[in-house]
Design a protein around this ligand. Structure first.
Ligand code: USQ
Length: 394
């Protein structure tokens, strides 16, 4: 199948291009390298030494015996998006091309406005360009489990049936996002659902949990194929940060009580699930929602797993609680459904300690790159817009 990846230079995009090429798909993608700039803006860098796109494309060709058709450009430029689709004629479009960080969006008005315009305009341009050039193609849109928030009831996959004043209807489940960034995903979901309704586009909206991992098997030993791996306060996500911290002997940073629960999944599972969605498109006009994660864990549980695995590798790992820079519930009910992908054949990697072992070994190798930006580990962006490094509370 011809698959177009928006955001192909990113953590997920670069990995997916390889996962798909290894399975015989024809891949094209675009990027404007903003993620590289945002991480630099925060004074950080990828722990893995990622290469320039020209070198990446060369390595791709050598390893997969096919070209990744790359275009540099901005999704906010409608003509650029239109030209990408006109020349490649995608059968599926995977949309990873958004600003993905909650803290980055909460920094100040400029970052909030940038996040909302960048994410919403890019998505609107994509749905319009699909309507114009490839209305039968399938849009796989990356949303987030964070759209739902942490309600005190079970979370269905997108929709639920309710009875109100004697009448019954199936409706979108309420969204209660916890950052300006997470709000963009809510707005995108509504926009994509509307495009499916009025134009008959087909889309899968992926409510993905927090991804962790340094690699997939397809990357082999070729360092040029490695994907980026961020550990800073904005672009580093929980388990990735814990592993980076363990690799350099920094204490693991649990925010607040550390009893927050989220759905998590290894990078290789994320690839497996997105590919299942690509290979099994919805019907014309259908908008469907997948909750995508391996299992729900509390942050403390995961920090303890990283500690256990680190110890077996001879690393000294300490877990400490920090003041929580975010406004979020630290103790709450959390029970989201995740059946749709299992029904399509998703085989979860249940051995996540093995995954952590692979990550720690990779990261120890690049520990000097983490040590060089060690300051980036302690957050200073607060949800009230203030900037002050948080302190350890225990
Ligand atoms: N956390 C810590 N210590 C850390 C980092 C995070 O305790 O060092 C806690 C946070 O307070 C939060 C939880 O871990 O309760 C998750 O935080 P995160 O930074 O790993 O993830 P989040 O901000 O929710 O966002 C990430 C991605 C985002 C994606 C989302 C999926 O950046 O793009 O949408 O995960 S989900 O969390 O399911 O909404």
């Amino acid at each position: 199948m011809r698959v177009f990846i928006a955001g192909v230079d990113g953590y997920l995009g670069w990995t997916l291009s390889q996962y798909l090429a290894a399975r015989g798909h024809e891949v094209s993608g675009c990027d404007i390298f903003m993620r590289r700039d945002w991480v630099a803006e925060l004074g950080s860098q990828s722990a893995t030494p990622i290469r320039r796109m020209t070198e990446r494309l060369e390595a791709f060709r050598e390893n997969f015996k096919t070209n990744l058709q790359f275009r540099r450009g901005d999704l906010r430029d409608y003509n650029f998006v239109l030209n990408c689709f006109r020349s490649f004629r995608p059968e599926a479009v995977v949309h990873f091309g958004e600003m993905p960080s909650a803290p980055y969006s909460m920094m100040d008005v400029q970052h909030a406005v940038f996040t909302q315009t960048n994410n919403l305009v890019g998505t609107l341009n994509i749905v319009y360009a699909m309507k114009e050039c490839c209305p039968k193609a399938h849009l796989v849109k990356l949303g987030t489990m964070g759209e739902y928030g942490t309600p005190n009831v079970d979370i269905p996959e997108g929709f639920f049936t309710i009875e109100y004043r004697g009448r019954k209807e199936t409706l979108p489940f309420p969204r209660q996002a916890g950052s300006w960034y997470h709000q963009t995903k809510v707005h995108d979901s509504h926009n994509v659902m509307f495009a499916c309704k009025v134009w008959g586009l087909r889309s899968t909206d992926i409510m993905q949990g927090v991804v962790f991992g340094t690699r997939i098997d397809e990357m082999g030993e070729d360092e040029r194929l490695l994907t980026r791996f961020d550990f800073d306060q904005c672009f580093g996500t929980a388990v990735n940060r814990f592993c980076a911290e363990a690799a350099v002997g920094h204490s693991l940073t649990l925010f607040g009580k550390g009893r927050q629960k989220r759905g998590f999944l290894p990078l290789r599972d994320s690839m497996q699930c997105i590919t299942l969605a690509v290979n099994n498109p919805p019907r014309e006009g259908e908008y469907r929602v997948f909750n995508q994660f391996e299992e729900v864990y509390s942050l403390t549980e995961l920090a303890e797993k990283v500690k256990r695995v680190g110890n077996t590798l001879g690393l000294k790992v300490e877990i400490r609680n920090l003041e929580n820079p975010r406004k979020e519930m630290e103790e709450h009910y959390y029970n989201p459904d995740h059946q749709h992908l299992l029904d399509l054949g998703y085989k979860p990697t249940h051995d996540i300690e093995r995954e952590m072992e692979i990550m720690l070994k990779d990261l120890v190798k690049y520990s000097s790159r983490i040590e060089a930006r060690i300051e980036a580990l302690i957050p200073d962006i607060h949800w009230d817009g203030s900037r002050k490094k948080v302190s350890f509370i225990q």
